[in-house]
Write a protein that binds this ligand. Structure first.
Ligand code: HEC
Ligand code: HEC
Ligand code: HEC
Ligand code: HEC
Ligand code: HEC
Ligand code: HEC
Ligand code: HEC
Length: 443
């Protein structure tokens, strides 16, 4: 394949360059004696924005150096800001050009213009040909494997009539992380996302918001304060969550026996005693335990409503084997597909409980308590109250012989009917298939 060839050519070019430099160095040494030689052996790299000579070694098969240069010039006219970003990059300074990565690019030699629609995706494998270690770490992370599962969940399917929202509201986070290095290195500067320019390693684009509260929690913790004061960003997301020998290997947390703690502990003990860190982990466990207890109490209330025929189960309110509302985020719907009390249940485990736990995992007092626990208890209270009202209404309607009216599902502009498909009609089979899919992903 071409990138290997590229590498070989790069190696040959580097070797030729090295020989030339050594020769030049030897000549210089003869001319200027001793100390001047070193500076002529390693000329300074050109500064960002400075004109750079495109290197033959970076021109892929199917293009000549001359063509690659002409394409670059054409693109610099056609999309000046993309070219500008690229000109500031290490890749440009290295002598690379647009076709080094965009190898499927089509252009018209006669008119000297590029068909910009042919500037498609650049897969991580292409980057990996030159950055093997980074690609290797990337592949080991859960990110790489878990990108397709979100399409299978009820919440995604429920948006079938609203594809623009699927695109903007789900795909934008879930697709790139396993499919493109640009998830954390937006094209074309390709700078390492390091402090001081990037304090969060690129993670901030996705790991935030009510259902994955990590950024907010970290920012409101003493560790962020420490990281800023030190100036090198330690400890930040990347420091705590990646293997020591590979900053692209984000080690697993879910689906591991120890919840990633052996690896995490090795980070903590660089600053804290093991005893202190262990106590911190015990604190997380205690909060997880208590939070799950409250969530379970709310589930019982809802299960009893189903059991007593007061609340009608719809497919969005998938339940587990014991008839309890399923808590797996993959199995539950919210919004207009379910009853408002089920919405509260969703809110409780997906937002309030997650905020409490993510806050605790990242040692943020305000997130753990005010945005977490306090909200959780408030939601619990509303569920209890609403359950009572539902029971009362049910009894009243029976007594009066007046049925409670039902509310029809809202229909999106591009309604397809698909949103009521599979999971809605075969919840048990659907749940089984999803579980199978998950056990594969977790391996
Ligand atoms: C080091 C590899 C690399 C080089 C060199 C490179 N690109 Fe890209 N380009 C990418 C990546 C990665 C993406 C993001 C798309 C993706 O993730 O697949 C991208 C995306 C694009 C897009 C699509 C953006 C959009 O929103 O439609 C355009 C246009 C583009 N590049 C133009 C250029 C131009 C012009 C040059 C030369 C000045 C260039 N690229 C050089 C890697 C590269
Ligand atoms: C043809 C080889 C090649 C390809 C393909 C390539 N790179 Fe690079 N990359 C380099 C070289 C050479 C450097 C500069 C020397 C170094 O830091 O290793 C570099 C540097 C980088 C840097 C560090 C930049 C800095 O400012 O320190 C990042 C980040 C990077 N590349 C990401 C990518 C990504 C993402 C892709 C794919 C879209 C990619 N590279 C494709 C060869 C390549
Ligand atoms: C802001 C970015 C973002 C958006 C938007 C987003 N997600 Fe996520 N999603 C994430 C992150 C990050 C995680 C991992 C959270 C964690 O592990 O704490 C995640 C986790 C999940 C999970 C759980 C995966 C597992 O391993 O159990 C599912 C399912 C999911 N998202 C589906 C969706 C669907 C469906 C949508 C749109 C309706 C959506 N997400 C919108 C970022 C996002
Ligand atoms: C989850 C976010 C993330 C993804 C995805 C990602 N990177 Fe990185 N990358 C980083 C971070 C963070 C750093 C800075 C690490 C550090 O501080 O040492 C970095 C640094 C780099 C560097 C510079 C390394 C150095 O030692 O200077 C290269 C090259 C690079 N990445 C290439 C890639 C390639 C190739 C891919 C895709 C296979 C990729 N990255 C995907 C977050 C990411
Ligand atoms: C483009 C979006 C995106 C970016 C950027 C991103 N993530 Fe994720 N991350 C996700 C999604 C989505 C998941 C959930 C995958 C799943 O379980 O299906 C996830 C899962 C995780 C997990 C859970 C892994 C497990 O085993 O339980 C960790 C830890 C994680 N990410 C850390 C990071 C770190 C650290 C960074 C930055 C260096 C980062 N992520 C950048 C989207 C992203
Ligand atoms: C001081 C170290 C530290 C820093 C900094 C840090 N984390 Fe964490 N992270 C942890 C610990 C500890 C856990 C909990 C592991 C456990 O529950 O045993 C965790 C858990 C997680 C999880 C998994 C949640 C779950 O239960 O599935 C994700 C995702 C995550 N962190 C992302 C991030 C992101 C993104 C950042 C930066 C905004 C970040 N972390 C900063 C230590 C850290
Ligand atoms: C770079 C050093 C560093 C690393 C690594 C680190 N911490 Fe800390 N941590 C600190 C400092 C400094 C403080 C503030 C101590 C103080 O002011 O008393 C702190 C405070 C804490 C606190 C008290 C928080 C508060 O608000 O009072 C806990 C709990 C904690 N760390 C747990 C951990 C755990 C668990 C890990 C590993 C996942 C970890 N730390 C990793 C430096 C670090």
């Amino acid at each position: 394949m071409l990138p290997n060839r590229l590498r070989r050519r790069r190696w040959k070019a580097a070797l030729a360059g090295f020989i030339l430099l050594v020769l030049a160095g030897t000549v210089a040494a003869r001319l200027w004696r001793g100390d001047m030689a070193a500076s002529s052996v390693s000329p300074p790299a050109p500064a960002a924005g400075q004109a750079v000579v495109l290197k033959d070694a970076y021109v892929p098969k199917g293009f000549t150096v001359h063509e690659a240069q002409a394409i670059f010039d054409a693109l610099a006219r056609q999309m000046p800001l993309a070219a500008d970003a690229f000109r500031r990059s290490a890749h440009y300074r290295e002598g690379m050009t647009c076709v080094t990565c965009h190898q499927e690019l089509r252009w018209d030699q006669a008119s000297g213009s590029v068909d910009v629609t042919s500037l498609g995706r650049v897969p991580p494998e292409r980057c990996g040909e030159c950055h093997e270690q980074e690609y290797d770490g990337f592949r080991k992370s859960r990110h790489f494997k878990a990108v397709t599962v979100f399409r299978e969940v009820v919440r995604y399917k429920a948006l079938a009539g609203y594809p623009a929202m699927q695109q903007q509201g789900c795909n934008r986070c879930h697709e790139p992380i396993g499919q493109s290095c640009s998830a954390c290195h937006p094209a074309h500067l390709f700078e390492p996302p390091r402090p001081p320019k990037d304090e969060f390693g690129g993670c901030q684009r996705c790991h935030l918001g009510p259902d994955h509260h990590q950024l907010e929690s970290y920012v409101a913790s003493v560790h962020y304060q420490v990281a800023r004061a030190r100036g090198d960003g330690i400890p930040n997301c990347v420091f705590c969550h990646t293997a020591d020998d590979n900053k692209h290997h984000i080690f697993r947390i879910k689906g591991t026996k120890d919840h990633g703690r052996t690896a995490l502990m090795a980070k903590c003990t660089q600053c804290h005693t093991e005893q202190f860190a262990r106590r911190a982990f015990e604190g997380i466990d205690a909060i997880k335990h208590e939070t799950n207890k409250v969530v379970d109490a709310a589930r019982q209330i809802i299960r009893d409503l189903y059991a007593d025929g007061i609340l009608n189960r719809v497919s969005g309110s998938l339940t587990d084997e014991q008839g309890l509302p399923a808590l797996n985020p993959n199995l539950t719907a919210y919004d207009q597909h379910v009853h408002p009390i089920e919405n509260l249940m969703f809110r409780m485990f997906k937002y309030d409980a997650v905020a409490t736990i993510a806050g605790a995992q990242h040692f943020s007092a305000v997130r753990t308590h005010w945005y977490g626990h306090a909200q959780l208890m408030e939601t619990y209270n509303r569920i209890r109250q609403m359950a009572q009202e539902l029971r009362f209404m049910h009894a009243l309607s029976k007594k009066l012989g007046v049925p409670l009216p039902s509310i029809p599902v809202y229909r999106y502009t591009h309604e397809t009917g698909r949103e009521l498909d599979e999971p809605w009609h075969d919840p048990v089979g659907y749940r089984k298939r999803l579980a199978e899919f998950y056990s594969e992903v977790n391996e």
